[in-house]
Design a binder for this molecule. Structure first.
Ligand SMILES: [Zn+2]
Length: 244
């Protein structure tokens, strides 16, 4: 019991330990925020690349569908050509003038259809070519973005590793300092930290540095006596006077 008491901080330097704990906790909170920010930024970039990949998949599907449509038109063209060839063959066998004229007119109309179809196919092929070029460009862009993302992920990982090490170091320091405190002070401190990360505040003039409310004369008296942990009656933070 006696040994424990000598290990604990005396009343006067207990405040110093608490202030130190607060500064360590400030850093730990900062590390946590930094980690969250890094991970959120990485996640955002991953999602961006993913979105681009989805766009590419959509474009690939579009050009595949369009290719099918073009193939259909080409088949149609081939059939029409066959029909024209056959009809032309028949023309030589017809002896009747009327039938000949009728078939000739049919061939003419098919030739006209064929010509329309050819124009259509040409314009489809040129559109298809455009789609393919767009697709290749996007593919190339995505490759670059993925490379950048991977480098970025690597740098985030390195930063997280440093942060992790710093966090461990600070946690060790925290423990060493916490061990110097009596249970009551530590419990009080931790309760406040868990609430909003702020437990120890400086007095500004006669105001609490946590809530900015005017301290009661009783609180100021307690502070001046340096004998016990003094809390703000309004926000409950642990108060200390600025160094002279
Ligand atoms: Zn206060």
């Amino acid at each position: 019991m006696e040994l424990e008491a000598t290990n604990k901080a005396t009343l006067t330097n207990r405040m110093e330990v608490l202030k130190h704990l607060q500064s360590i906790d400030n850093r730990l909170i900062e590390f946590t925020k930094k980690k969250e920010t890094l991970l959120a930024a990485l996640e955002k970039r991953r999602a961006q690349v993913q979105q681009r990949k989805e766009l590419l998949a959509q474009k690939q599907k579009e050009s595949k569908d369009f290719q099918k449509e073009t193939d259909g038109k080409e088949l149609e063209h081939k059939c029409l050509e066959e029909e024209i060839k056959k009809s032309r063959g028949k023309l030589f066998q017809i002896k009747n003038n009327k039938e000949y004229t009728a078939l000739l007119s049919e061939v003419g109309s098919k030739e006209a259809d064929k010509s329309v179809l050819e124009d259509e196919i040409l314009s489809m092929m040129s559109k298809l070519e455009g789609l393919r070029v767009e697709e290749k460009e996007l593919e190339k862009e995505i490759q670059g973005e993925e490379k950048e993302l991977s480098a970025y992920a690597g740098s985030v990982e390195a930063e997280l590793e440093v942060l992790g090490k710093e966090t461990l170091g600070h946690q060790k320091q925290w423990k060493e300092n916490a061990d110097l405190l009596d249970k009551e002070a530590l419990t009080q401190y931790q309760r406040l930290i868990e609430k909003d990360g702020l437990a120890v505040v400086e007095v500004h003039g006669e105001d609490c540095g946590g809530c900015n409310m005017r301290l009661t004369p009783q609180t100021v008296n307690l502070l001046l006596r340096h004998q016990e942990l003094t809390l703000c009656k309004n926000c409950g933070k642990i108060l200390y006077l600025p160094e002279q």
